[in-house]
Ligand binder design. Structure first.
Ligand code: ADP
Ligand code: MG
Length: 251
């Protein structure tokens, strides 16, 4: 189902971070939200994932109005996100970080699991098998026992992606997934994101600064500048838009 962002405004004391922004994410597509620093991209994500409350406007996902829901409820609807700055438990091994991603799917609950009740044990085994499968898909299958803090930055970003996938989302929100990576790593992650769309059928909203990655990956692009939408369309179209070029050159 589509995600429909309608006329969303977010004001902080004395500052309008998003100003009447609208766009629609079609099912099974990669939709990029781009723009210069401070344009409102992360704010947009924080609204979609329930971290920030919109001052006005609506975000529809199926029958649900996301602006009225807590982050927990939004996640339960199958909307998972990653953060611009990695938010993993560095001292825990990869597998534990990924198991935390399955929290919302754990019927028996963590208390039962902690008490090692039989039902919880069976469930934990199934979760571990699925976690291993997802780790394999993301290319970190051999690293399940390694503490996250010991992994190179680019690999940690993969762990973050895997953790979000462990929630079995229908919609995945990625905040700057290739930030801080070198050219080779960027290309690999771009390929991986395409595979998430094509093999897993997950819709993706992507905030990204790197234009090259966006042009390669995105089916549709929304461009923000100073909280306003200045362009919306397929990458090739948006790339040549004079207003977009001006925003990026800072003119
Ligand atoms: P981007 O991700 O595009 O770089 P942000 O969404 O982080 O931009 O920020 C947009 C604007 O909103 C910036 O001017 C930023 O300083 C401001 N902003 C973001 N979050 C907050 C907040 N919690 N409180 C006050 N101002 C904020
Ligand atoms: Mg940001």
């Amino acid at each position: 189902m589509p995600l429909e962002v309608r006329d969303v405004t977010v004001r902080f004391a004395g500052l309008t971070a998003l100003d009447g922004v609208s766009f629609t994410v079609a099912p099974g597509t990669v939709h990029a939200v781009i723009g210069p620093n401070g344009a409102g991209k992360s704010t947009c994500f924080n609204v979609l994932s329930g971290v920030y409350r919109a001052t006005s406007g609506s975000v529809r996902y199926g029958d649900a109005e996301l602006t009225a829901l807590t982050p927990h409820r939004i996640a339960a609807l199958g909307v998972a996100r990653t953060f611009q700055n990695i938010a993993l438990s560095r001292h825990l091994p990869v597998v534990d970080n990924l198991m935390l991603g399955r929290h919302r799917l754990t019927k028996a609950g963590f208390v039962a699991a902690g008490l090692r009740l039989p039902a919880a044990r069976g469930e934990a085994v199934r979760h571990r098998a699925r976690v291993a499968e997802i780790a394999e898909f993301v290319g970190i299958g051999g690293l399940l026992a390694t503490p996250v803090g010991l992994l190179p930055y680019g690999v940690q970003k993969r762990v973050e992606l895997a953790r979000a996938l462990c929630m079995e989302p229908r919609l995945l929100l990625l905040d700057e997934p290739v930030a801080g990576m070198n050219g080779g790593e960027r290309a690999e992650i771009a390929e991986l994101i395409t595979a998430v769309r094509d093999s897993l059928g997950i819709s993706i909203v992507l905030v990204e600064h790197d234009m090259g990655v966006v042009m390669r990956l995105a089916d549709q692009v929304t461009v923000l500048d100073f909280g306003r939408r200045i362009a919306d369309g397929p990458p090739a179209e948006v790339q040549g838009d004079p207003q977009v070029i001006r925003a990026y050159l800072g003119a």
